[in-house]
Design a protein around this ligand. Structure first.
Ligand SMILES: Cc1ncc(C[n+]2csc(CCOP(=O)(O)OP(=O)(O)O)c2C)c(N)n1
Ligand SMILES: [Mg+2]
Length: 327
């Protein structure tokens, strides 16, 4: 497409900052879990950094994002504060959900992070509800619904796309196609070559983009977000990417095509964008190192804060569950 908007130098740098945060947060997560001081179920987003980084630079805090268990990249790119995040991961009272949600249910409404769900396919109908509320209240808020390639074979995907199109809801459906659903390859589970082709069945635009290319991802996300904001309805974006690790921490991914995986890692989008920013004169090595050092310092602070915070009292189990508190 020739009329796809391109990110300027400042926007590309902003995209890189968010990607570096996701990568460094991932590395820190593995490190802290290995110390035994923090126990969590962890679905690494490594390899998928570009997608939320290039989407989020087109959003404000007012805009909403819904995501899945593999969604820590989506919430970080949207601005989830690190202390609240790490305390939640560690199950402490200072976490964003008072330590009661944990890694699978990251939520931070002040930054528009509305839901992290473990039910495959469920981010889409929830996103429709949020988008419908925005439409009814006359706000120009946009909702992003993230999900995986496996989720595109769940009934809720089809129901949500149909209703969103019929009611012209301000939602962007973002399928992060990392070519695996748990241990099953995309080719072994999906009848179409491109998930974006399914958009035609619901009378909405559908695009397949290189989700590891910041220019392409930014441009198509901007088109879809602008369209939603203008009241013209939803878009389906299929962002092609790759899962660098097994399904979750502890799965060594031995069933994955090892040559394909090695090739994806060689093309790691994070160092690739870093090198490009320097080559094109958009940033100096020193400036990027300073950004990365600040992220490390912020992570040091967040981990220390989280591990130093108290666990919830037992009585908290019943709190925030029912409208009337049960003694
Ligand atoms: C309704 C439902 N069915 C099955 C599962 C088990 N499950 C958890 S993750 C997953 C794979 C989903 O893959 P995909 O949508 O491609 O997302 P990815 O993990 O690759 O990001 C499955 C089947 C579930 N959590 N919910
Ligand atoms: Mg997948």
């Amino acid at each position: 497409m020739s009329n796809v908007p391109k990110p300027d130098a400042a926007t590309l740098l902003d995209i890189y900052r968010r990607m570096a945060l996701i990568k460094q947060n991932d590395e820190r997560s593995l490190k802290v879990v290995k110390t035994g001081k923090l126990v969590m179920v962890y679905y690494s987003p490594r390899g998928q950094e570009v997608i939320p980084a290039a989407i989020s630079v087109n959003l404000t805090d007012e805009d909403y994002v819904c995501t899945i268990y593999r969604g820590i990249h989506d919430v970080l790119a949207k601005g989830f504060p690190l202390r609240d995040l790490w305390a939640e991961l560690a199950g402490r009272t200072t976490g964003s959900c008072k330590g009661k949600g944990g890694a699978m249910h990251l939520t931070y409404p002040a930054k528009g992070v509305m839901v992290t769900t473990g039910i495959v396919g469920s981010s889409m109908p929830i996103a429709n509800g949020l988008a419908w509320a925005a439409q009814l209240s006359g706000s120009n808020r946009v909702t992003i619904a993230n999900f995986g390639d496996g989720a595109a074979n769940i009934g809720a995907f089809h129901e949500a796309l149909n209703l969103a199109s019929l009611w012209k809801l301000p939602v962007v459906f973002v399928c992060q196609n990392n070519l695996y659903a748990e241990h099953t390859t995309f080719a072994n589970s999906t009848a179409v070559e491109k998930i974006s082709a399914r958009a035609a069945g619901y009378n909405m635009p559908g695009y397949t983009v290189d989700g590891n290319d910041p220019d392409e991802m930014y441009g198509i996300a901007k088109i879809a977000i602008d369209r939603a904001r203008a009241g013209e309805g939803p878009t389906l974006i299929e962002a092609m990417t790759y899962r660098f690790n097994g399904h979750l921490l502890g799965d060594d991914g031995g069933y994955m095509d090892q040559a394909e995986k090695a090739a994806a890692i060689v093309n790691d989008p994070v160092p690739r964008l870093r090198a490009r920013l320097i080559a094109e004169g958009f940033a100096t090595e020193a400036a990027l190192s300073a950004i990365e050092a600040q992220i490390e310092a912020d992570l040091d602070d967040a981990v220390e804060f989280a591990l130093g915070s108290p666990y919830p009292e037992l009585v908290e189990m019943k709190r925030d569950v029912y409208a009337t508190e049960i003694a």
